[in-house]
Design a protein around this ligand. Structure first.
Ligand code: ARG
Length: 461
């Protein structure tokens, strides 16, 4: 008979058991479920709802089950529906009738919400660790490439030269925001719903704050209906995960482009590349492509949770069981992607000559020519037009701006003197962009130092 079978005359159909059972995925919450149950049993005894010796036996039984879970020795029973009933069943097998007292003053509705929160808290911390690894690699690479000049792009057209370090530090900023978003999300994950009961609270003299404290949660959910029907924290987390994936995917897209023969900016390590079954010469950037591809999964998970929740009346509805596969998938995908992206990124070799050479074609110093004229006293819009005409002249004469003679320059503007040549050198084009957050060597060094300090402050917390 089912744990809830009292009011039923017949067993559920086998196909019904298959359909509504969640044990094939929520077994992943086993440890959290046991952790929550231990805290609950202890509180029941402290509040004199069960005796101290009963709590002791229940807790000992749960600890035994935990060991079996950790050793992979438990066979989950689909007929017992979900992880909560499976563990209760194992407990009753272990310690007998007393096991039936554990569920006093509790419902699976508050229990599953607690389990999901404990699980997500742990996994967010795992993701934060992976992001820290990534910060170290970004900073290390930015330091190594702090003199490497490459084209910066807009519309994927060469625009102005930048430092490769500057490009890496742009990603640092993106992942730093992701890190902070997850830290903020943790505040809302780390709230205990336990004690909300099925939806309305309980008549037993429980102490919700004690349970919260013993599982390391700073606060308790204030409203019992909200406590059991809130999955905002799942949606919020998957959104945060989606942004991490979006940032990884943009980075991956660039690495796919940069490793192509057309760009030739970067060489991927053999360890993170694959070949073709037919074309012997191929070396494909599979890691970057797969991370880019898996971004779609996480976006899908976000749409899943948002859609599952959108029309649910208060409080718990079984629809909410659908939250978990999306959550697990998002967690697994982000951690999996960061775990391989990090070493792949660390193993890249940049082709500095090729990057510098790419800055030479495409008039990446045309803005600097205009700025030069502004410094000689003409309004920017006019200077822009003069520089534009010179670019057009260069295109027809197949020259670079810096290859024009002074006479050619003067045909377009009498203000241009020999001092224009150093202005047009790529190194100087980079050097002058020293506004705060710009790509100059000096600014990038400063931003690198600030990045380092921020990462150190994380380690010291
Ligand atoms: N397996 C369920 C879930 O994941 C647990 C809560 C079940 N509650 C209920 N009243 N059927 O949501």
């Amino acid at each position: 008979m089912k744990a809830w079978g009292g009011r039923f005359e017949k067993e559920t159909a086998a196909i019904m058991d298959d359909f509504h059972s969640s044990i094939h995925f929520d077994y992943q919450l086993a440890k959290e479920d046991i952790e929550g149950s231990i805290a609950h049993a202890q509180m029941l005894s402290d509040c004199k709802i069960i005796s101290a010796s009963e709590a002791e036996q229940i807790i000992a039984g749960l600890n035994k089950i935990l060991i079996a879970v950790n050793n992979g020795e438990v066979n989950w029973d689909p007929a017992a529906e979900d992880i909560h009933m499976n563990i209760e069943k194992l407990l009753i097998n272990e310690i007998g009738e007393l096991g039936k007292k554990l569920h006093t003053a509790r419902s699976r509705n508050d229990q599953v919400a607690l389990d999901a929160r404990l699980y997500l808290r742990k996994e967010i911390n795992n993701i934060l660790m992976k992001l820290k690894e990534l910060f170290d690699i970004l900073i290390e690479t930015a330091k190594r490439e702090s003199q490497t000049i490459m084209p910066g792009y807009t519309h994927l057209q060469r625009a102005q030269p930048i430092l490769l370090a500057h490009h890496f530090l742009a990603y640092f900023e993106m992942f730093k925001r992701d890190y902070e978003r997850l830290q903020d999300c943790l505040k809302r994950v780390n709230v205990s719903p336990l004690g909300a009961g099925a939806l309305a609270g309980t008549g037993f003299p429980i102490d919700r704050h004690q349970v919260a404290k013993s599982v390391g949660m700073g606060s308790v959910a204030a409203n019992s209906l909200d406590a059991v029907s809130d999955r905002d924290f799942v949606a919020e987390f998957i959104f945060d995960a989606s942004l991490i994936m979006m940032h990884l995917s943009r980075f991956c897209e660039e690495l796919v482009l940069w490793s192509s023969m057309e760009f030739g900016f970067v060489e991927m390590d053999d360890a993170f590349s694959t070949g073709s079954s037919i074309m012997p010469q191929k070396k494909n950037p599979d890691v970057a492509e797969l991370v880019r591809g898996k971004t779609g999964r996480v976006y899908g998970d976000l749409i899943t949770i948002l859609t599952v929740m959108k029309s649910l009346p208060l409080a718990y509805n079984k629809d909410m069981q659908e939250d978990k596969e999306a959550l697990f998938d998002a967690v697994k995908t982000v951690i999996g992607c960061l775990s391989i992206f990090n070493p792949m990124l660390q193993s890249l070799t940049f082709n500095r000559e090729r990057m510098l050479a790419a800055t030479k074609d495409g008039f990446l110093n045309a803005t600097d020519l205009a700025d030069y004229l502004v410094n000689k006293g003409i309004p920017f819009r006019e200077a822009h037009a003069v520089s534009g005409k010179l670019v057009r002249y260069c295109i027809t004469t197949k020259k670079r701006l810096e290859e024009l003679t002074l006479a050619e320059f003067k045909e377009h503007s009498a203000l241009i003197e020999a001092d224009v040549y150093p202005v047009l050198e790529m190194e100087n084009v980079v050097r002058v962009r020293s506004s705060y957050g710009g790509t100059s060597f000096e600014q990038v060094d400063q931003q690198l130092e600030l990045a380092r300090q921020w990462v150190n402050s994380l380690n010291n917390n």
